[in-house]
Design a protein around this ligand. Structure first.
Ligand code: EZ4
Ligand code: CO
Length: 403
């Protein structure tokens, strides 16, 4: 099953996506997501200029060998660009293997270990009343778990609060990144009010999640976790910039609020200490940014040994290919925790036709062979790439802060 062509398609049906398309001599087509929000063309070049030429002629069934060849063979290891490129190849090969076998990818991974995958949606509001309406809308759709974010009084443009339809809260700026302002004190004062409001309105029968988005110091995070304990959040996410893994010892020593980390991690090495020292409860690495299905499964297997569950990142800035791949992994692993599901902006559905489904708060990847995603390259050509940056954050004194 030789690979005959590998090409990269960059398109923007609602937002920018980078897709790797791999063809075999049998006439099969596999797809992988290579989207790195705000740095799309770096991954496209890495694939086009350095990886696609190496794929032609290889046996598409040798997934592990191809992964090792690209990882060890680059010499320069890890990092978001390299690992996203490797992920796209890996996911495309799993897609092809499933098609050859006539089985959905989750069957190749050991079969369904559960009936469905619990997902959480995003609710937000510029006021707490707006947030309540959004939570109500999610409950009406059947969600069992909801992430809650609201504008912090006194801070302009809070993370996680969209201007419009709820699917695109990172502003679309082409020339230079938008500059947000961050003030930790205002946030720390407001966050317990936010969670208290949600519990007062909706009780304790739903899972409530909250994303801190890397903005606190470890001791501030410890204080937040402790303050939120009465409201029993499912987790707080990314309390601190987590490249400092040892810092989580300090957070952990101050709170029993569950901790989730990992959407910006690229490899098992980024979370080795967090997992083996049991410093987190959920590891949020994604298929696309952590080396594909092959490497993500390795991370989750390590996590399982230490009682850490999965909670993969699932934003709208990863393509539907990534969502499908995540659901196949989620369905098959023993230590699945929860899956983020932000959905995709129209007209993404014109370009990516998917077989996954949502019902009563649970998703399923479907039973089509491979990933169950069809990528329409003609449709993709109708939506050309439009450069966009994520925002940056500055403190009141003008110094840079983590966004
Ligand atoms: O800011 O995916 O939990 N979700 C998140 C996301 C990230 C974006 C960055 O591209 O934190 O909204
Ligand atoms: Co997040």
């Amino acid at each position: 099953m030789r690979i005959t062509d590998a090409r990269v398609v960059v398109c923007s049906p609602g937002r920018n996506y980078v897709t790797l398309v791999v063809e075999t001599e049998d006439g099969l087509t596999g797809v992988g997501d290579a989207t790195l929000n705000g740095r799309e063309l770096a991954v496209a070049s890495y694939l086009r200029d350095h990886v696609c030429p190496l794929l032609v002629g290889r046996d598409a069934r040798r997934i592990e060998d191809t992964w090792q060849y690209l990882y060890r063979g680059a010499y320069w290891r890890r990092g978001p660009v390299t690992m996203t490129a490797i992920a796209a190849v890996d996911v495309a090969l799993w897609d092809l293997l499933g098609q050859v076998a006539g089985m959905p990818v989750h069957q190749l991974l050991g079969g369904a270990a559960r009936d469905g995958v619990m997902v959480y949606g995003h609710a937000s509001g510029t006021t707490l009343d707006d947030l309540s309406r959004d939570v109500e809308a999610h409950l009406a759709q059947g969600y069992k778990a909801i992430r809650v974010q609201a504008a912090v009084p006194g801070i302009d443009k809070t993370y996680g609060v969209p201007p419009g339809d709820g699917l695109l809260y990172e502003p679309a700026s082409g020339e230079v990144p938008q500059e947000d302002v961050w003030e930790t004190t205002a946030y720390l004062d407001f966050a317990p009010t936010l969670l208290a409001h949600v519990r007062a309105e909706f009780g304790y029968g739903l899972h409530v999640l909250h994303d801190v988005h890397h903005r606190l110091t470890p001791i501030e995070a410890g204080r937040l976790g402790r303050a939120l304990e009465p409201y029993r959040p499912f987790w707080i996410e990314d309390p601190t910039p987590a490249e400092d893994q040892a810092a989580f010892r300090l957070i952990r020593s101050h709170t029993t609020t569950p901790l989730a980390v990992g959407e910006v991690f690229n490899s098992i090495w980024d979370c080795q200490q967090l997992i083996t020292e049991r410093l987190i409860d959920y590891i949020r690495t994604s298929v696309t940014h952590a080396g594909g299905i092959t490497h993500l499964r390795r991370i989750f297997a390590l996590a399982d040994l230490y009682g850490v569950r999965s909670g993969s990142h699932g934003p709208g800035d990863l393509s539907p290919v990534a969502m499908a791949a995540a659901l196949h992994v989620d369905l098959s692993i023993p230590n699945f925790g929860i899956q983020e599901y932000m959905g995709h902006r129209s007209p993404a559905e014109e370009v990516f036709r998917t077989s996954y489904s949502f019902a009563d708060g649970f998703m399923h990847p479907g039973e089509e062979p491979g990933l169950g995603v069809t990528f329409d390259e003609e449709a993709a050509a109708r939506y050309p790439y439009a450069p966009k940056y994520l925002p940056v954050n500055r403190r009141l004194d003008g110094s840079m802060h983590d966004w």
